[in-house]
Design a protein around this ligand. Structure first.
Ligand code: C5P
Length: 285
């Protein structure tokens, strides 16, 4: 990872758009199975709410390349401190599994996608805690406002290197104009996303997570090195599912994405590795 202030992670130059595989799995075993099926070809994975709620912070350490198991993450360490021993009693199998499976699971660079949205102090402190887990990218929700975004960016910059990069989610890619109106935020999704991207950049965030539909407008006015990550990506011929503002991998790249996040088109494919390869090939063309 490039540790220079404000720069994108190594390999994030726009000439090469990376793929982040969304590990949206119900537990670590299924996530490991998926990483295993990808045969070590996933450079980046995204750990989101489902897996994090199922397994807790140790799942980030378990997959993060270079993050590695931290003291207290294993059953052995669990026996050392009373608090952790309590946790170990509740989840003995998990603790045991964690010790034997990391090689099989493989490692990857991790985007921790919790879309933090709380008062500034709480978000800043959560970013500090997340920085110890080995995640290189962490997300906050731009709807949290300027002070929250500034607090998140400052907290990340105060972390010891390699500090995490803070990405602000402009607007969920599942949101439509009607959805915005329902929550009292009338406007066109593209305009709202652009406005929030400007806010995130001014607040010192490292980049945004946004629909491919808004990526080019954001790219045009953002500073050099501002990271753009686009979910809502669907290879031609695959179902949009609950995503509304979707694009093909190539469309997202052409719009200026540094990374695309792809979940179900890879994770639910009969052959996830072949699906990942096909997407990577489309990005190379
Ligand atoms: O399966 P699919 O490709 O739709 O997964 C997209 C992933 O990106 C999910 O994990 C979802 O939470 C995430 N995401 C999104 N839209 C955003 C931010 C994150 O779909 N704006």
């Amino acid at each position: 990872m490039n540790d220079g202030e404000g720069g994108p992670p190594a390999g994030a130059a726009r000439a090469k758009t990376g793929v982040i595989v969304a590990l949206d799995a119900p537990n670590a075993d299924e996530a490991e199975e998926l990483v295993f099926k990808l045969g070590g070809e996933a450079e980046w994975v995204k750990i989101g709410l489902e897996l994090f709620c199922a397994e807790g912070p140790q799942v980030v350490r378990r997959f993060a390349a270079g993050g590695g198991p931290q003291p207290g993450a294993t059953a052995d360490a669990a026996r050392v401190t009373p608090e952790r021993a309590g946790t170990a009693r509740v989840m003995p199998e998990r603790a045991g599994t964690a010790r034997v499976m990391p090689e099989r699971a493989g490692t990857a660079r991790v985007m921790l996608d919790l879309k933090l949205h709380d008062i500034p102090n709480t978000v800043a402190r959560a970013i500090q805690r997340a920085s110890h887990l080995g995640a290189e990218l962490v997300t906050v929700h731009a709807a949290g406002g300027k002070a929250m975004l500034e607090a998140a960016a400052e907290a990340a910059k105060a972390c010891p290197p390699p500090r995490p990069r803070v990405l602000a989610v402009t607007l969920l890619t599942s949101m439509t104009e009607d959805d915005l109106s329902d929550i009292g935020c009338p406007g066109r999704p593209a305009e709202v996303a652009l406005q929030r991207a400007r806010l995130a950049e001014a607040a010192g965030c490292d980049g945004v997570v946004t629909s491919p539909h808004e990526a080019s407008a954001i790219r045009e006015q953002a500073r050099e090195g501002f990271i753009i990550v686009t979910p809502g990506v669907r290879p031609a011929g695959t179902a949009a599912q609950d995503q509304r503002r979707v694009s093909t991998p190539r469309g997202a790249k052409d719009a200026g994405a540094d990374f695309i996040v792809v979940g179900r088109p890879i994770t639910r494919a009969e052959d996830p590795r072949a699906a990942l390869r096909a997407i990577a090939a489309e990005l190379e063309d």
